[in-house]
Design a protein around this ligand. Sequence first.
Ligand code: ZN
Length: 208
Amino acid sequence: MPDPVCVRCRGSLRTPETAGAWTCDAHGVVEPLNAALPAEAYHLADSASSSAVPVWMPWPMPPGWAVSGVRRTGGTGPSRAVAVAFMGPGVTARQAELVIVAEEPGVGLGASYAGLESTDPGFEVASLPFDAKLTAAGHPTPLWSLPVSDRAAYVGEAGGLWLWAIAWPVDEWMVVHDDLRLVDVRAPEHRALLAELPVALLSPHLAE
Ligand SMILES: [Zn+2]
């Protein structure tokens, strides 16, 4: 396995053995981010069993879409952030990509995929009207769109954790909509899905 990188900038890290904690020269102590893995069922199952946060999967999968990778933070402890990628036919683009991140506040994985410098969206977003909505673990979940130019980025909160949805290219924002239903594949009743999911090649944006 390649060495983990900084969750915020993908730079190299000093290890707990040499620095006392995973440390980035630019960002200080950070969660270590592991390499993106292809969406084989066993990688998804490993991520689900080692995660402290939901591993979100759209189910039913939108027509033509497939899961295209998983990426998690964490050294020896449980993941505080997990990203799952999907690819499918866009409305305007031949191929669109979607990355869904669940994370504890302060980690910064979702923000890094959204192209933001911060770790969190800022609590002021929740004072604005929401822009989109999906269903996460059966709960209607409002999402706010963030001002980034080359992709569509949404963030909301589910169970006290951030839920990010980032889509490429930017005009494929409509992949996030009212009928998108996410299930947490950590839940025993959803584990069987992992063997049924359509799988695509590793998403390039997930691996960045
Ligand atoms: Zn960094």
